[in-house]
Structure formats: structure tokens, C-alpha cells
Write a new protein. Structure first.
Length: 345
């Protein structure tokens, strides 16, 4: 299902001379429910698409977009609404971007089920001049009847070289499996560690480092979406951590790396190395050798250091991505990155 923005379609207007903010207008911004998949579903995601403007009316190419969204209606004062959107609901979209007149899109994830959201987009040129606001997109995620409870009595106990997690027996009739999540350190990003059968009540994590802090939590997965998460269980693995490398006089470059590569089966991980002192937006798209956009693997903000992001080989059309040669292209902050991927059957 596709929904038109409430204020209609804006047309790109060309002006002579140098770029001015008012010459960029976002045309034909549309919104629809995202295709089903393990990480992108119509219950927690919405897809936005628009006709790309140029950096001088309908000529050239913009350098970036800023997208903001909220559950609050925009109303008559778009500027006040825009300023009031919290940082967690602001997304910067960097290259690769569509050329002027072509259709571009992005998927917004992490949304609540059965919730209405409002979206506004602004384009910027290489000098950070901003366009006028786009029309307002309004869309509602679907409701998926998730489990109503979290795994009971969740705990984690560390021993040398391992962490034992456990929880009580399931009593939620809507639960069909268990999702176990792990994060490293006291503020690291969460990632799905394991999907377990509904009768399982424990998991032994042996992929841990001595002297390192880990956090764990779990949730029941229903037929279509996930239920509430448990409280966080934090542990420190006994032992002496590996020595910290001597600080460098220059910042390490930001880069990405995928493994296994070549990859077979349905599991692949993207390793993000954010070489900065603060969190940076990371945007990575997968293209085939004909330049077709196949999937978005990473779209979010990540802390300095290394973060692993899993990808289940599901493309933007909701179907598995077939074997072949691919290019992973995108940005970490303002740094452009790329990686050649080989996907096996």
C-alpha cells in the first residue's frame, strides 16, 4: 500500500546562477510499508521514496538529505515541529544518492507497531545550504500481535572464557522462539546473538574475551514480530584483558569490512570501524555489478570503535539476495567506504 503525502507533490524549480537553498524542492515524496524480512518488517519499518532534486533546481545532484520523523502531527508551523524532533529521530542520508529527476528512497526502522508517524525531508548541497521543507508524509505501521511478556527470571553469569545465560520456562501462548541479544561494554550497540527454539531456557556464550564487560537481554519472538525485552543482565568475564594499543597521534580511518567473504548461507556480518571521537551516521547500500541497488545493510548512528552489524541476505524487495559479485558502497560520517562482496549459494 502506498500513501501520498498530505500536502501533495512539490515540483522541482530551476533557477539560474549559483545554488540557493530555495531552489531545491523535494518532489513526489511517497511512503509505504516496508517489505517483510528479519530486520525490516511492515510492523517496525516504513519506506520513503521521493524524486531527487538537483543542487540548482532540476540540475546537478544534492550532497545529502536530512530526514526527521515524529508521532506528533506537523501542524501549521513546520519549523517549530522540525526543531522539536529529538536527535534519535533525525537521520542523515549520504551518498550514494540518486541523480536529479530519479527516484531515491530509504527505509526507517525501529518504529513501533500500529503507530502513525509523520516525516519531513530537507536536501543539502556541498556547502550545506538547505532546501525548503518537503511535503509531509504520514504512514502507519501494521499491528502484528506480539508476545505480551518477556522471558522470566533472565540472568547471566560469567566464568572464565564463557557466559551462561538462563531464563524461566515460557508461558506466553504467542511466543514461537527466543531472541538473545548481546552488547559489549557499558554503552556498546546491541546485536542479535542467537535465535533459539521456544523450549530453550539457557545459552552458553563462549565467544567472549577476558576482562571484558558484556550486557545481555532477551525477548520472545511471535509469528510476525517481537515482544518486550527483559531487563539487562551485565557481567564481566574473569581474566586480564588484552593490552590496549598505544594511542596514535592521528585518528584511525573509518572503514568497513564484511565477513565471511565469500559468504555462503544466510548469515553475513558487516564490521564498522568508526574512526572518530563521537558517534557517526553510517549508511551502506549493496549494489550489483550493473549498478542496481539491491539492499541497504546499514542505516543508523554508531559509536566510535568497532561494531558488528548482521545481515540476513534479504534484499530491499523482501526476497533473498542471490549469489554473485556485489559492491558495498556508502559513508561513515563524511568518509566514503566500499567493499567487494562475493555471495555464494
Amino acid at each position: 500500500m502506498t500513501l501520498r503525502f498530505v500536502s501533495g507533490v512539490l515540483r522541482a524549480v530551476r533557477s539560474a546562477g549559483t545554488f540557493r537553498a530555495r531552489t531545491i524542492l523535494i518532489g513526489g515524496l511517497l511512503l509505504a510499508a516496508a517489505s517483510a524480512g528479519a530486520q525490516t518488517t511492515p510492523y517496525n519499518s516504513l519506506t520513503l521514496s521521493w524524486v531527487a532534486p538537483g543542487d540548482d533546481g532540476d540540475q546537478g545532484q544534492v550532497s545529502s538529505y536530512e530526514l526527521r520523523f515524529s508521532t506528533s502531527a506537523v501542524g501549521v508551523d513546520t519549523t517549530a515541529w522540525w526543531s522539536g524532533v529529538p536527535a534519535s529521530q533525525r537521520i542523515t542520508l549520504g551518498p550514494p544518492l540518486a541523480s536529479a529527476g530519479a527516484t531515491d528512497q530509504t527505509v526507517v526502522t525501529g518504529l513501533g507497531q500500529g503507530t502513525t508517524y509523520y516525516f519531513v525531508l530537507v536536501a543539502r548541497d556541498e556547502a550545506f545550504n538547505a532546501s525548503a521543507f518537503s511535503n509531509v508524509a504520514v504512514g502507519t505501521t501494521q499491528t502484528c500481535n506480539p508476545p505480551t511478556t518477556a522471558p522470566p527470571s533472565f540472568s547471566a553469569v560469567a566464568d572464565t572464557g564463557q557466559v551462561a545465560t538462563s531464563w524461566g520456562a515460557n508461558t506466553d501462548s504467542l511466543a514461537v522462539s527466543v531472541h538473545l541479544y548481546r552488547a559489549q561494554g557499558t554503552s556498546g550497540s546491541w546485536s542479535l546473538r542467537q535465535t533459539l527454539t521456544i523450549g530453550t531456557t539457557s545459552y552458553l556464550d563462549t565467544s567472549v574475551a577476558p576482562g571484558t564487560i558484556y550486557r545481555y537481554r532477551a525477548a520472545y519472538m511471535g509469528a510476525l514480530c517481537e515482544g518486550p525485552l527483559t531487563t539487562i543482565a551485565q557481567v564481566t568475564v574473569p581474566g586480564t584483558p588484552a593490552p590496549t594499543p598505544a594511542p596514535s597521534t592521528t585518528a584511525s580511518p573509518s572503514r568497513v569490512h564484511a565477513y565471511p567473504n565469500p559468504a555462503s548461507g544466510s548469515s553475513l556480518h558487516v564490521v564498522l570501524d568508526v574512526g572518530a571521537a563521537a558517534s557517526m551516521p553510517v549508511y551502506l547500500r549493496l549494489f550489483d555489478l550493473n549498478g542496481h541497488w539491491v539492499a541497504t545493510l546499514v542505516d543508523g548512528t554508531y559509536p566510535p570503535g568497532t561494531t558488528e552489524v548482521p545481515w540476513n541476505r534479504v534484499g530491499r524487495n523482501g526476497r533473498p539476495v542471490g549469489p554473485g559479485y556485489y559492491e558495498l558502497l556508502g559513508t561513515v560520517g563524511i568518509t566514503r567506504v566500499r567493499e567487494r562482496l562475493v555471495l555464494l549459494p
